[in-house]
Design a binder for this molecule. Structure first.
Ligand SMILES: [Zn+2]
Length: 687
């Protein structure tokens, strides 16, 4: 592996985290960049266009990478059959589930408000339509954040990954049938447990065909568990943060949303789930679907906890699922997730090279465009393997030299062979946050310095910091100075103290919005851009409560196990209000025959499957759907009793008292400013 570190800083301005290294240009920049020069947005709030620092940083990116290379554009358009015109797919409630037309502004050179490297990726992600990538394999790309692949079997389609929503999946299948000839769906493969690879399944198949064995659905071992449980216990916070990550509140524009790196955007529609009927658990397992042979390679614990890749020997084609993509992926998603194992990730790709690399002539995946030719496929796989290996090994090398998380993120640079490869660029994950993820995976968040082990919470340290700096005006002055010099990271840090100390301080919020926006404009990662621009938007416009989202449609809820659900009740259980409450409830599920004991005490709510307490306060006999409706507040106890779905024996008031102790979570809690009107107190230590 060629390593070129002779020119520190060469690859740096492109990562948003580097915003603010104005260096010698600081003095000049200062004159032109006062926030006062800002234009007004339609809401009457100031919006600063790209500052001189941002323009310089973004223009510098043009010298870093080979923007003359057309290979990705050739691959992303190769085999084009047809495209929707316009590329709009209707969704629920009269709103579009998908609208690529809103991104037609992405053409020509990058505007100053977008990192040119991200702009290039945004262009590639705007290419949409139906593509024949092999005489027997077709893809619909650019109809959702992910791809739907259709493999022609002897008599019908094998569908790989039916997108995120029912609407986009149904429209994509219909479009493929229209142009390729109508064929029945004979089998479905979910490559992994993330919703953008199964959520549209009801758009491509009738559940009765699956139930009666006419259409098998294949999935990797552990699929259902992770598909329904990965985002439950911390789901409210993840959903909120996902709004930042995917930029769901940003309008497409040169100063707004351009793409997510991994794909254009998330479709807005109905998420469904039909349980798989055929689980693959071991590497080397084979299946024949509609006359087509498929050989599987497990990749559980790489990009997803349940994931496989597979190979079509007859077509010499690898489906790499989401283990490889045309960008650096997330070792830790900013929305929040369990940290992924970068070493395992790398080793899976190495195994793919061993198993299929020497004879594959085509590699396609769940996002982005395919790669053709054995030499290109093996080179691509090798670079993706080395990317995750480097992230892992180099982080730990520096860890073992005593560097902490932040220091490693500042120090590390991709070796030249990877840095100059567009498929390794941080359009989705970034090197900056991925190395922190590796650190966290092995060592946790603490850097080992006792002074950072017992810090004040942000609002408390904010007040003291503002005081120590000489008051709000002094902080604003310093923040404006740093902004004017393009020193955005420092500016964001100090103004954040003021926003948390004085959340109603309008000049502080406005300045912080301007600062975050410039960091967003410089970001190479689509999701970093989304995060910073969403923060700026909420500082200016406040939190738009109408944008709250839930990822759980009825299918996902119905598939959720009772254990997961009861664990979530434990999370919702308000220990402070429970006081010394002791209660024992027996839950008997009349449909499944399962019995659980719910025991409240010591401020926690335990659940134990199969335990029969001797003296329960109350016994509840209920069907699982009725219990879900009760917890979802779609039906009252009385209503369920009246319809015969639930019966209570013992002290019903204990049950009501318990349910009253379950918190409701605010789906739109504040992120860029202190929480408001919250019943939750933050213990602030000594003051
Ligand atoms: Zn995906």
């Amino acid at each position: 592996m060629a390593v070129d570190k002779s020119r520190p800083g060469k690859n740096r301005p492109v990562e948003a985290g580097k915003a603010g290294k104005g260096g010698a240009k600081r003095g000049k920049a200062a004159q032109a960049e006062a926030p006062e020069s800002a234009a007004k947005t339609p809401r009457g709030r100031r919006r600063v266009p790209a500052t001189r620092s941002t323009k310089l940083a973004n223009r510098a990116v043009k010298d870093l990478l080979d923007f003359g290379s057309r290979q990705d554009f050739e691959d992303a358009t190769r085999g084009f059959v047809a495209a929707l015109d316009p590329v709009i797919i209707p969704g629920p409630g009269g709103r579009a589930a998908w609208d690529m037309e809103a991104y037609r502004f992405i053409e020509g050179d990058a505007p100053d408000t977008v990192n040119p490297s991200l702009w290039r990726q945004a262009k590639l992600n705007t290419i949409s339509g139906l593509f024949t990538i092999h005489p027997r394999i077709h893809q619909v790309r650019g109809h959702d954040v992910s791809n739907m692949t259709l493999v022609a079997g002897d008599t019908g389609w094998i569908i790989i990954d039916p997108l995120l929503t029912v609407e986009t999946a149904a429209a994509s299948l219909e479009f493929a049938n229209k142009h390729l000839g109508k064929r029945p769906v004979r089998a479905i493969i979910y490559t992994h447990s993330h919703a953008d690879h199964f959520g549209g399944v009801r758009g491509v198949v009738d559940e009765s065909d699956v139930r009666q064995g006419r259409v098998p659905i294949l999935a990797p071992d552990g699929f259902m568990q992770y598909a329904v449980s990965e985002n439950v216990l911390a789901g409210n916070a993840m959903n909120r943060r996902a709004l930042y990550q995917f930029g769901g509140m940003l309008e497409p524009s040169p100063t707004g949303h351009v793409c997510c790196g991994l794909g254009k955007a998330l479709a807005r529609g109905t998420i469904s789930l039909i349980a798989p009927t055929d689980i693959v658990a071991r590497t080397g397992e084979k299946r024949v679907l509609d006359g087509v042979e498929i050989e599987f390679q497990m990749a559980n614990g790489s990009e997803a906890p349940a994931e496989f890749m597979f190979y079509f020997p007859e077509f010499k084609a690898i489906c790499a699922s989401e283990v490889t993509s045309h960008n650096m992926h997330n070792v830790l998603a900013p929305r929040g997730a369990e940290v992924r194992n970068a070493l395992h990730w790398s080793k899976y790709i190495d195994e793919t090279l061993t198993l299929f690399g020497s004879h594959a002539e085509l590699l396609f995946a769940s996002h982005h465009w395919p790669t053709w030719g054995t030499a290109n496929v093996t080179a691509f796989l090798a670079r993706q393997r080395d990317l995750y290996r480097f992230i892992h090994d180099e982080t730990l090398r520096l860890v073992n030299h005593g560097l902490n998380m932040g220091e490693i993120a500042e120090t590390i640079q991709l070796p030249a062979g990877l840095a100059h490869d567009f498929t390794c660029r941080g359009y989705y994950g970034t090197l900056h946050h991925n190395v922190k993820a590796v650190y966290q995976f092995y060592l946790g968040w603490w850097d080992g310095n006792p002074a950072t082990y017992y810090q004040l919470p942000r609002a408390e340290s904010g007040k003291r910091m503002v005081l120590a700096m000489g008051g709000a005006e002094r902080v604003l002055t310093e923040g404006r100075r740093a902004f004017a010099e393009g020193d955005y990271r420092w500016a964001a840090e100090i103004v954040n103290h003021l926003v948390f100390a004085e959340p109603a301080n309008a000049p502080a919020r406005a300045l912080q919005a301007d600062i975050l926006e410039q960091i967003g404009f410089q970001a190479e990662s689509g999701i970093w851009r989304n995060i910073f621009l969403t923060g700026a938007h909420e500082l200016r416009a406040g939190v738009d409560r109408s944008r709250a989202v839930s990822t759980y449609g009825p299918d996902v809820l119905a598939a959720m196990g009772i254990d997961t659900l009861l664990d979530f009740l434990g999370v919702k259980f308000n220990s402070e209000r429970a006081g010394g409450l002791q209660a024992v409830v027996v839950l008997h599920f009349s449909d499944s025959g399962e019995t659980y004991a719910l025991e409240a005490g010591n401020g926690v709510l335990n659940n134990s499957k199969g335990r029969m307490p001797r003296d329960p306060d109350v016994t509840l006999k209920v069907t699982k759907p009725a219990f879900f409706r009760l917890l979802g507040r779609q039906a009252t106890l009385q209503a369920l009793v009246a319809e015969g779905a639930l019966s209570i024996s013992g002290r019903a008031e204990v049950l009501r008292a318990l349910f009253d102790l379950l918190d409701e979570f605010d789906p739109m809690f504040e992120l860029v400013a202190p929480r408001r009107n919250s019943s939750v107190s933050t213990k602030s230590g000594s003051s």
